[in-house]
Design a protein around this ligand. Sequence first.
Ligand code: BTN
Length: 254
Amino acid sequence: MSGADRWVIHRYDSVTSTMEAAAQLARFGAPDRTAVVSDEQTHGRGRSGRMWQAPPGSAVFCTIIVRPHITPHRLSTLPLITGVAVAEAIEQISGHPARLKWPNDVWIGTDPERCKVAGILVTSSLRDGVVERALVGIGINVSGASDDLPPRATSLRVATGVEISAGALFTSLLARFDRAYQEFLDAEGTPFLNGWRSRAALLGENVSIEDAGRIWSGTFTGIDDDGALLLRDSESHVRRIIAGDLTRGPRIVP
Ligand code: BTN
């Protein structure tokens, strides 16, 4: 089996969140490479406990269930390869370049205040110290108007003017993810991250990363092979950061 043949796809008109629907299916044994996609989410979830909101029918809302046989720390690259798959699908369908903001936002367009077009949320559960399953949630704003989207968010229609079918974008995304995930498995969770590095937003810029109330500032010099962000401080020490919210420029500690 290859490509689309090995996917099980569950389609819904409306769910609270495709993360919830996928978690339920996973509890009942849904296999590796199951995708859940819905036209609407009533309680979409974002990273760090935030909401993810987009008008019904205006976005790709999907969650992919995977069951990779790898040790848990190797999951760190899964959000990054997903970001590359999302960027590739957007580029193929829209003809416009996408950029990736560490760890896993997808940016498009030229408006620096409104460029987040897609977000990725990965959760995982372990059993006996190994990965039992990971849920890869992907939201891509396709046709929403600026007024209907959260601050800093855009849609493919707003940013590019191109009319895109959410269905066609989902099909392309699944094909790209399938290929990236196979490479991820073949490399036992240490895939090449060249596709991520070549699209990195804010590379070489002064940035800040906040995680659990702590803030680090410095120059974003790249990512490590496990996806950690490399931040060079004013004394040229390079720190590895494995999680947090990245923003442009210095941040004032409150
Ligand atoms: C982020 O905060 O940037 C991550 C957003 C992830 C949103 C997607 S939409 C489909 C899936 N279902 C959810 O409830 N969240 C993810």
